[in-house]
Design a protein around this ligand. Sequence first.
Ligand code: ACO
Length: 326
Amino acid sequence: MKAATIIATGSYLPEKILSNKDLEKIVETSDKWITKRTGIKQRHIAREDESASDLGIKAALSALNRGKINASEIGLIIVTTVTPDMFFPATSCIIQNKIGAHQAAAFDLNAACSGFIYGLAVADQFIKTGVYQKILLIATEAMSKVTDYTDRNTCVLLGDGAGAAIIGSTENKKGILNTWLAASGKYGNLLFVPAGGSRMPASHKTIDEHLHYMKMEGHTLFKVAIHSMIEAIEKILAPLRISPEKLDLVIPHQANLRIIKAVAKGVNLPLEKFYINVDHCGNMSSASIAVALDEARKEGRIKEGSLVLLVGFGAGLTWGSCLIRF
Ligand code: ACO
């Protein structure tokens, strides 16, 4: 069997920046509170006319350019998003058409903030079995479109952005070494958008009651997130008999700096081994890890031979990890 590997990455962040100071003018909050409780200083926000596919296309094109790969070489497009352009067609099909990847099959995958990890696990299987030679995985989120800017509990956390990775095959012992996925539907009520689906279709009432926006039980989620990410790190390393100290870099989901610090402590690693971009991006759901991966590569934090662990958690709840030797 072949091994799958990431051959190129790209990302895109919308131009508009919403700082903590800007939020002070919108809800009763302060830069001091947000910085202390979350580590976030600013987040990028999509324009009114910019959707998840628009952000995803820019991330995808930057990955294709960087990898010097033509869109016609892509066999499959997977888009991870909780903020698709619309119910259907899938955002992956919209992107497939606009980037001219006409040979590619395409589907969307929703595992919320763990989406990029779930997407890598799926891509890994298709590459290993030789079904596809090149897969374009795009994590794109326009979280501002489901954010209630009257709710200070959630609106300070979220940002928009997209990251992309092209997954191909490698013959040597590099690439994706292992993936580990988990889910627990019993925690579904911790993080959700109540209306707009078949359970509660859009109505004047759902709009008046702000039911198309994300609802979150932050306190419980905080604890579950720490526990889940520690489990995902331990579960992926154990069968390979790799100890956490061997990792060169950990790229965690970027929900809250305090969560990342607690996870680092939980697996006994210095915070310096964790890549952090929550300060300038906020929480971009599935795009967080994808954008962080691209930034880490651009900054030279990932070199040839680096052992990198991606770990995330999100609504569902879902959580998981992916271990890669670059
Ligand atoms: N500004 C000022 N005060 C605030 C704000 C705000 N933006 N938000 C809440 N507060 C207040 C609360 O009302 C509360 O006041 P009270 O003590 O008078 O009742 C106080 O601050 C403390 O609130 P807590 O909720 O206890 O604050 P906590 O330290 O738990 O931090 C936070 C809240 C940041 C939301 C944290 O719980 C968290 O990060 N949770 C996890 C979030 C997460 O992981 N989300 C998942 C990802 S989202 C996604 O997947 C799309």
